[in-house]
Write a protein that binds this ligand. Structure first.
Ligand code: VG1
Ligand code: CO
Length: 544
């Protein structure tokens, strides 16, 4: 075995998106493709010589092959140690826990999150820094710049694959590789954050739960924490064995893709609580008997009830939500006199706020919720937060949500995705809107008056960095909103996302059908964007 330097030529398409580089597996399998990106990471992150790197992924197809490539390159590039999850498995939140707990230099997470997996599906890679969060734009821009100039990478020649099936430690060209239990450190942290005794008591008195792991990475975490440690009935976790192709499904926890769970929660004998997580374990969906909790409402309810959980009581520094997320959390923040931040989509923007002790809780409409315990969103954490609230309040999910709406008003909310749209048409739609929004303010759209409209531009309150073109916002005087943006995580064509919100304070109008409540604003959005004319689409691909 020997160190070698391999001559290579750049690929021009390695620009990291919302959460790293995401492409089809076949794209990653091109000669030197993954190697180029990994070397570009190493060339962009500063002096890591002798330091520790955390590596793991969501178990999807190509995870193990990619890890073997990264281990050899890390050794050849001079890392001191790599901590890797057993069988290559680490959920995104668990990777964040490890990076922070063991003060490693950073981590590489292999996942395409909620995108399907398999030989013809998606793969992804992203770099997280020492705070445990996705690298800031400054670093991802540097990685992209390096990837376009790369001429060589370093690896090992004739090295055998490392056995990742058992915990233990080996040395590879002077670099230590520690294979660690994927679940222990994460489960330990959860037991410190939440009142496990109270939740255990609730389960032992007959409380029922269904957690859909969607054949993705959270299976082993959920079985260990919910069933083994908290005493949920055996079988409460469904689809709990991670599969390389997620059983052929979309590991995206929403009512469309987690339909097995969704159906179960609306039956007469539904469990008391339902939840699901995504491919890499950072997303969550929360349901009760006969009720779906929107992620935006979930953030608001978590914030309003944080005082029910000893480790959070009196410790909430502030709350942040991504721009398209509904303004339900803002209402709670206002009442509790908490600072509330609106950031661009993607978790990396929350990290700066948390590092500067400005916020404790964060959330996105896309089924992401989390806190400053790590620097990623955290699916099981949200589930445990809810279980802890339920154990403390001794009410049903439905009662808690309805009381919340009575107190704060209801933010009806929905997102319509138009997937695999022709990229040129999608860009044109955005360009036209970008023009239009400069003149809409104060004008009438149908029955509504525009109070503001812009292309969201964010100045980070901590480092003053500016992120432009983060989505078109059109807000109305009655509190309604529509937001347009293009996805940064798709792998074929463009995905147009339109986000709708309508605020209702009349107690008699709190139980309308969501799509009906939003009907007016949906129609207006199609008119103003000329979506049908430009894309030829008459219906969204997915409504969440
Ligand atoms: C989507 C979501 C966004 C989320 C991102 C990563 O991005 O809308 O809220 O942060 O996925 O989630 P986009 O650019 O496609 O809208 V995941 O679970 O990858 O880590
Ligand atoms: Co995810």
């Amino acid at each position: 075995m020997s160190l070698i330097t391999v001559e290579t030529t750049p690929y021009t398409d390695q620009k990291p998106g919302t959460s790293g580089l995401r492409k089809k597996v076949t794209h990653f399998q091109q000669t030197h493709y993954l190697e180029n990106f990994v070397q570009a990471i190493f060339d962009s992150i500063g002096d890591y010589k002798g330091k520790t790197l955390v590596v793991g992924g969501d178990g999807r197809f190509y995870n193990l092959e990619a890890i073997q490539i990264i281990l050899k390159m890390a050794a050849a590039n001079g890392f001191g140690k790599v901590m890797v999850g057993q069988n290559g498995i680490l959920s995104t939140p668990a990777a964040s826990v490890l990076i922070r707990k063991y003060q490693s230099f950073g981590g590489i997470i292999l996942s395409a999150s909620h995108n399907p997996g398999g030989p013809d599906e998606d793969f992804g890679i992203k770099y997280n820094t020492a705070n445990g969060g996705p690298a800031a734009e400054k670093i991802t821009d540097a990685i992209y710049a390096h990837s376009q100039q790369i001429e060589q990478y370093h690896t090992l020649k004739d090295s055998v694959d490392i056995d990742l099936t058992q915990p233990g430690s080996v040395t590879l060209e002077g670099m230590q590789i520690e294979v660690i239990n994927s679940v222990s450190d994460y489960a330990q942290l959860m037991s410190e954050l939440f009142d496990f005794d109270a939740i255990k008591k609730m389960f032992s008195s007959g409380f029922s739960l269904c957690f859909d792991a969607m054949h993705a990475v959270t299976g082993p975490y959920a079985i260990e924490i919910l069933e083994h440690r908290l005493g949920a009935a055996s079988g409460s976790v469904i689809n709990g064995i991670p599969k390389m192709d997620f059983g052929g499904g979309h590991p995206d926890p929403n009512l469309v893709h987690a339909h097995e769970l969704a159906e179960r929660m609306f039956l007469d004998n539904a469990p008391d609580f339902g939840a699901a997580s995504d491919g890499d374990g950072d997303r969550n969906m929360i349901l009760g008997k006969n009720i779906f909790v929107t992620p935006s409402d979930s953030l608001a309810i978590i914030t309003a009830n944080a005082d029910k959980i000893p480790s959070y009581k009196g410790k909430i520094l502030g709350v942040a939500r991504s721009m398209p997320t509904s303004q339900a959390a803002d209402k709670v923040a206002e009442k509790l006199a908490l600072e509330c931040y609106e950031t661009p989509t993607g978790w990396k923007f929350f990290g700066n706020l948390m590092d500067a002790d400005k916020v404790t809780l964060c959330g996105e409409e896309s089924f992401g919720t989390g806190s400053s315990h790590i620097r990623e969103k955290d699916g099981l954490w949200a589930v445990l937060f809810w279980l802890n609230i339920l154990a403390a309040r001794k009410q049903s999910v439905q009662q808690i949500v309805q009381e919340h709406w009575q107190e704060y008003g209801r933010n009806y909310y929905s997102r319509h995705d138009y997937e695999a749209v022709d990229s040129a048409a999608a860009n044109q739609l955005m360009a036209i809107l970008r023009e239009k929004v400069t003149t809409l303010s104060g004008t009438q759209m149908g029955s509504l008056t525009v109070s503001y409209s812009d292309d969201f531009c964010y100045t980070d309150p901590v480092d003053q960095s500016v992120s432009e073109h983060q989505g078109i916002r059109i807000g109305f005087t009655d509190g309604s909103r529509m937001v347009f943006r293009l996805s940064g995580t798709g792998t074929s064509g463009a995905t147009i996302r339109i986000y709708y919100e309508y605020y209702e304070t009349d107690p008699d109008k709190m139980s309308q059908d969501t799509q009906q409540a939003l009907d007016n604003i949906i129609r207006l959005s199609l008119e103003v964007s000329q979506l049908k004319e430009l894309t030829g689409r008459t219906e969204p691909t997915v409504i969440t």
